[in-house]
Design a protein around this ligand. Sequence first.
Ligand SMILES: *[C@@H]1O[C@H](CO)[C@@H](O)[C@H](O)[C@H]1NC(C)=O
Length: 323
Amino acid sequence: MERGGGAFAGTRLPFLLLLLLLPLPGLMLSGALWRPSAWHCSLSATCECEFLPDLTGLECELALSLVGQPLARQLVLQGLKSFVQDPEPAKPLVLSFHGSTGTGKTYLTSLLARHLFRTPYVHRFSPLIHFPHADHLQQYKDDLRNWIQGNLTRCSRSLFLFDEMDDLQPGLMDVVAPFLGSSWVVFGTNYRKAIFVFISNTGADQINRMALELWRDRRDREEISRRDLEASILEAISKDPQNGFWRSGILEQNLIDIFVPFLPLRQHHVKQCVVNEMAGQGLTPSPDVVDGVADSFSYFPEEEKIFSSTGCKTVSSRIPFFL
Ligand SMILES: *[C@@H]1O[C@H](CO)[C@@H](O)[C@H](O)[C@H]1NC(C)=O
């Protein structure tokens, strides 16, 4: 989904002029944002921190090691390419990953972090770790707003990851929504260069159902339509009042650029994961071990046993039992 931010693209120059014309005391008064690095970022527009995207490397590693997710791979690469090559993006890049457990969502975010930054300016938020208490919502909102703003001031190319959106307390995301659009003004910060990724299991049932229908029709899983998936993911999230997106404005204002579906994995994908994992550990994959590990997973639906219930999760902890 491409959305234009043309209306705001022209605001930069007058903004910079205004900044230069401001009397110095005014700058001092504006306080915390005016550390030297912020100066540097706002004036040079070259403040990319250690953002050194290696998209070729990413593409290569995705092809080799993100098992069974051609659609996710293609969507993320396309989105990143056009975003990274744009010196003046109209809004931050906002990706939302959906799919059941073990399908590679978190794995893909770790590859992103590794291939986009030399020193990662990566901020990962997890409900259980960062926002565990329901009654501290207001505090969490203030913290989160300050963290995002503070980190964007330090580095406009920051990557913010939000894990387990389905467990995130509704209300918290209200403070994130303004950072995702094209009209938020943070003095001295080009927040539009940031990347946000949301991860959730919401929509997994819908994705799995479509994959199963394709399989029953004997069609290729690559034929799965992005448009159909997107519509049903969106429907699943908007119907779930327990979800972190609930009434945050993020869906209502179409702030998510790309919904990235992760398809359920077949047994041959699990085998591929075992081979990759063993190779990564310096072990030589033998057919006995690979088949043994793959057979130890449970598969759904009950009668046909097509897809792994937990994707490739726990592959690494199962391997020792078959050596
Ligand atoms: C950046 O985010 C982290 C959380 O990931 C937070 O602890 C830190 O204080 C933030 N930095 C600034 C300058 O706000």
